[in-house]
Write a protein that binds this ligand. Structure first.
Ligand code: AQP
Length: 324
């Protein structure tokens, strides 16, 4: 079986963009790929975190994976900081990563602008740690949203560089980015991606928003000029809302456009809010039914499995590099 590896940061609650851009694809892949899905807590601490909140967020992300359909009998769910080889391989890869290529990373530039008071080395080095997260497990594919494409490309470059210096060690992975939902945009600003750390909560629909709050956010969502419900390059806001509608309902955008022919934005937003709240209610019922101790046991099991793979890979890396 080919392998798939990906992860999410336990920063705040996950939103529709995280689901539609990444986790929805993970659920589909787990039948045909040996899948490992990580909670990347070492990445989260590149932005200042409250320890109590972080601890809870790690558990919440695990529950989110499970409630969205990641099946622990098929996929390995684990916590990054419980597999020390992630940090170890990141150090090794640091010795072949170039300053110039890291300076070009757009996520670093965005985060450094957002967090001027805390531009730490970890934030700069984030893509190298992400490369380690991936390369430790030799995956053929890395299912991510479009914002992570540049990081996966760096991962490929580092894998090729290491392989050509020390002999074939890493599989060079491909980013797996779905056409639909690859970049869900902010509800309040369709020119920027939906983001957990957006300054306004009206930017995103969190998976743990109450149906009332979610419906309010949708009613406030920015729309384009005009009055017809249609997608298109000149209609970024409607295209985004139609994409969310389509992915959650399973209907094509064309069919939804047809359904709303002759109707206005208010009707369309009502329909979208119904689709979103139905999805959230179902998700939240599953999320709330999960028992903390059972979830912790699933993570423990996943950590063990991931560690076994990561240890073997690090031994190979060290041997190839001449580290005793
Ligand atoms: N808006 C989005 N549309 C589609 N996919 C998205 N992803 C994130 N935002 C969107 C994908 O979700 C996965 C996990 O992302 P992450 O939490 O590791 O970090 P991120 O990409 O930085 O996401 P956020 O929401 O913007 O988090 P913060 O604000 O904490 O940095 C990735 O596969 C990502 O592509």
């Amino acid at each position: 079986m080919k392998r798939a590896v990906s992860g999410v940061q336990p920063t705040n609650n996950l939103h529709l963009g995280n689901y539609l851009g990444a986790i929805k694809n993970w659920v589909e892949l787990q039948d045909s790929y040996d899948s490992l899905y990580c909670i990347v807590d070492l990445h989260a601490i590149t932005i200042k975190q409250d320890p109590k909140v972080l601890r809870q967020n790690v558990l919440n992300v695990a529950k989110t994976y499970l409630a969205l359909g990641i099946n622990p009998d098929k996929s390995t769910i684990f916590v990054q900081s419980h597999v020390p080889q992630h940090a170890e391989l990141a150090w090794v890869l640091n010795t072949i990563a170039k300053l110039g290529e890291l300076e070009r990373m757009t996520q670093f530039k965005d985060k450094a602008t957002q967090h001027k008071e805390n531009i730490n080395m970890g934030l700069f080095d984030y893509p190298v740690l992400m490369s380690a997260d991936i390369l430790l497990y030799d995956p053929e594919v890395v299912p991510v949203g479009e914002d992570q494409k540049q990081h996966v490309e760096l991962t490929r470059d580092l894998a090729e560089r290491f392989n050509s210096s020390y002999g074939k060690t890493f599989v060079v992975p491909e980013p797996l980015i779905k056409k639909e939902g690859a970049r869900i945009m902010g509800l309040d600003d369709p020119s920027k991606k939906m983001s957990k750390s957006a300054s306004s909560a009206n930017n995103y629909v969190s998976l743990l928003d109450s149906p009332d709050i979610a419906a309010k956010k949708i009613s406030k969502a920015v729309t384009d000029s005009g009055s017809t419900i249609e997608s298109g390059k000149d209609k970024p806001a409607l295209t985004n809302l139609l994409t969310i509608y389509s992915l959650l309902s399973g209907q094509s955008i064309k069919n939804i456009e047809k359904e709303y022919t002759g109707k206005g934005y208010a009707d369309f937003k009502k329909g979208l809010a119904n689709t979103v709240t139905e999805f959230l209610s179902d998700f939240q019922a599953k999320f709330n039914a999960l028992d903390d101790n059972k979830v912790k046991a699933i993570l423990e099991e996943g950590n063990k499995k991931a560690r076994a793979i990561a240890e073997a890979k690090m031994t190979d890396v060290k041997t190839k590099m001449g580290l005793l």
